[in-house]
Design a protein around this ligand. Structure first.
Ligand code: 8YV
Length: 315
């Protein structure tokens, strides 16, 4: 029998982190099991921690089958897919990877904003399809520099987005539960009021359950036909069918989206639109950041196993 601690891994992770994990722990790979219930029953005696990512998390149903688990370590900052109520009730610690991914996520948010305003996916295809030759210069787009940017959720990532947008001469507003006294930006307590006032609404909220579907047809209509939506939080913060409808009908100007309601499924109606830039949930997806996320995820796990406080945690 191995003297390594035994962990359950819900889904595959970045290969470098995977290797480090396997060097130090006895890893049980849930995603490879044909019969997951039988697999969980076979490892439930030994497993003390769950390794997962932001998308898969750890449900109460999973954790109930692993009574020896005292910790969930998440490869990601978002813990919305972890049943936090269950974890808190059972005293299960939950580690995550904030801060190390902030720059990359904020970078991509600005890329998505530019991509939406300047229709960069469309103009890329226009170039590659030879349409510059056959049809002449591409259609004109919309200026981003100097526009009004509204950030829904001015936390760590939202603030990094604001900081970058300031570099583009944008005027920054934000909508939070509470007004912040440490920023010079315009505060809106009401999301619709902010959507009416801005050209670009960037969703950076922490994905708590009360955020489900809050960006709906009403908010998108307030943003309007020259307004753009950027989402790097979670797809389900937006009512996706309302979003598709607004983009198809032109009641919304454009969108830059890294996240979707039912990943990896993306509404096909979006594929042929000129006014969108789509990304496959890659905001934190650079080698540098994924390495840092993996290291922090492992550090949290190591600390838990050594009886020390976690470096970054939500429970
Ligand atoms: C990751 C994320 O894509 O941090 C999060 O919450 O959504 C992302 O950074 C994911 O956890 C990695 O698979």
């Amino acid at each position: 029998m191995s003297d390594k601690q035994s962990v359950l891994q819900v889904n595959p992770i970045f290969p470098h982190t995977q290797q480090l994990l396997e060097n130090q722990y006895e890893v049980h790979r849930l995603w490879e099991a044909a019969d997951q219930a039988a697999f969980l029953a076979s490892v439930s005696e030994s497993v003390t921690a769950v390794v997962t990512d932001g998308g898969s998390g750890a449900s109460a149903d999973l954790l109930r089958q692993l009574p020896g688990v005292g910790m969930v370590t998440v490869f990601g900052v978002g813990v919305d897919a972890v049943d936090l109520d269950y974890c808190k009730a059972k005293g299960i610690r939950v580690g995550n990877t904030p801060d190390v991914l902030t720059d990359d996520v904020a970078d991509l948010a600005l890329g998505l904003a530019l991509g939406s305003f300047r229709q960069m996916a469309f103009t890329h295809n226009y170039t590659c399809q030879g349409r510059w030759l056959s049809d002449g210069p591409a259609p004109l787009t919309q200026k981003f520099s100097g526009c009004n940017v509204g950030i829904f959720g001015l936390g760590r990532i939202g603030a990094a987005i604001a900081n970058r947008a300031e570099g583009f001469g944008c005027k920054i507003s934000y909508c939070n539960r509470n007004e912040r006294t440490d920023v010079p930006y315009t505060y809106f307590a009401n999301l619709k009021d902010m959507a009416e006032a801005v050209d670009c609404l960037i969703i950076g909220v922490a994905p708590t359950p009360d955020m489900r579907g809050v960006v709906d047809a009403d908010i998108l209509a307030a943003l309007g036909p020259r307004g753009h939506l950027v989402n790097i939080s979670r797809g389900w913060v937006v009512n996706e069918s309302d979003l598709v409808e607004a983009l198809v009908s032109g009641t919304l100007g454009g969108a830059g989206l890294d996240v979707f309601e039912d990943e990896p499924n993306v509404p096909e109606a979006l594929f042929t639109l000129q006014n969108v830039l789509l990304q496959p949930h890659v905001a934190s997806g650079t080698v540098e950041t994924r390495t840092a996320m993996g290291n922090l995820m492992l550090e949290n796990l190591q600390n838990y196993c050594a009886g020390k406080e976690l470096t970054a945690f939500v429970a």
